[in-house]
Design a protein around this ligand. Structure first.
Ligand SMILES: Cc1cc2nc3c(=O)[nH]c(=O)nc-3n(C[C@H](O)[C@H](O)[C@H](O)COP(=O)(O)O)c2cc1C
Length: 345
């Protein structure tokens, strides 16, 4: 019997937001070492890719938890492998084909996930053109069918992450009730419309109205708020102001501070050494993952790793010069050599 992990979380729990190209198995592990949230989300996986012969392997790679497996002897609670293994990971999926939702949902439990989340908020044009993400707000009948299909195929808790509306803020008044009527385990509301992308401040002023809707329609659904939340200190402030909100999701905050979930860093910034240690850990996981995928005749390309350097090499004299040099590197060995030569200067 699967337990609904959402019911066992502390009040005011924290969630690492799903971020395509960012929150894969490697980065989730990096964040585990810096300070784990209460819940991880994966990047989103397309249900129709999973359902197709051609896309299945790629979908399964995105849903990989393999390098997260802790050695059985791991006793140290600070071991990041262990942290990841005890922190629930929710697989986020998107698409518009109810039968494909069913197919992927039925596989998730065996893959080791604690929950399934349906993306109904992504503003990406390609995703929306394919009828997924925020486009679901415009096809509510289909959205409900997809939720029902997913729920029918798994005993894992099913949740939805969405926005206030597609074009207008007021859409939340009909869209959120519709979702809440589906008896979801959790509902994450990114406090912006699709049209607003991330260009305007999140509409925190609407939180009390959203709480009222949740309390009236589905009091057992965990309400998670997302948008412009920086770190654990900010979470604690918001939790005091809005005690009825169950959880708080942080996305881009990890780029400003990867230690943003760590209570030990609540009143201090990570040092240059903290960040460089974390970068070295990221590089070692990158190598491990690359080897793992090569063995499976797949690839873990180097170029996307470059996007992460600004997280670690930041806010100290000479940081931007070092970053520029790092951007010229073409593999982890040259990154390491450069970092070594900089510290021995
Ligand atoms: C690089 C990037 C990739 C994202 N990918 C996803 C995704 O796969 N699924 C999703 O629901 N949201 C995705 N988002 C949106 C975030 O989960 C989050 O809702 C948004 O960034 C607002 O939260 P924040 O202000 O804390 O960053 C992505 C955001 C970014 C910046």
């Amino acid at each position: 019997m699967v337990t609904n992990f959402w019911n066992n979380l502390p009040h005011g729990f924290t969630v690492l937001a799903p971020m395509e190209g960012v929150t894969d198995v490697v980065f989730r592990k990096v964040i585990s070492r810096a300070g784990a949230p209460d819940v991880f989300f994966t990047e989103f996986t397309n249900v129709s890719s999973f359902a197709s012969e051609k896309g299945r392997n790629n979908a399964l790679e995105r849903l990989d938890l393999e390098i997260t497996k802790a050695p059985k002897s791991a006793k140290n609670s600070k071991n990041p492998d262990r942290a990841l293994n005890t922190t629930p990971v929710v697989a986020q999926v998107w698409g518009k084909n109810p039968a494909h939702f069913k197919e992927l949902a039925s596989a998730l439990e065996n893959l080791g996930f604690s929950g399934l989340d349906i993306n109904m908020g992504c503003p990406d044009r390609h995703v929306n053109k394919a009828g997924g993400g925020a486009a679901m707000i415009k096809t509510p009948g289909l959205a409900i069918e997809c939720i029902k299909s997913a729920k029918s195929a798994t005993s894992l808790p099913v949740s939805v992450k969405t926005r206030l509306g597609f074009t207008y803020i007021d859409e939340y008044k009909t869209w959120l009730p519709l979702l809440l009527e589906q008896n979801l385990s959790a509902l994450t509301v990114h406090l912006r419309t699709r049209k607003e992308m991330s260009k305007v401040p999140a509409h925190f002023e609407l939180i009390p109205e959203i709480i009222k809707l949740r309390d009236k329609i589905s009091p057992d659904t965990k309400l998670i708020i997302n948008g412009d939340i920086n770190d654990i200190k900010h979470v604690q402030e918001l939790s005091k102001t809005y005690p009825e909100v169950d959880g708080f999701m942080i996305g881009r905050g990890v780029f400003k501070n990867p230690f943003c979930f760590n209570k030990e860093y609540i009143d201090k910034k990570p040092s240059k050494e903290d960040l460089q240690d974390l970068l070295e850990y990221h590089l070692s996981l990158f190598d491990k993952r690359q080897k793992e995928l090569e063995k499976r005749n797949s690839r873990y390309p180097y170029e996307p790793l470059k996007h992460f350097f600004k997280i670690y090499i930041n806010n100290f004299p000479g940081a931007s010069g070092l970053r520029a040099k790092l951007m010229e590197c073409h593999d982890t060995a040259s990154v390491r050599a450069l970092l070594k030569s900089e510290t021995t200067l």
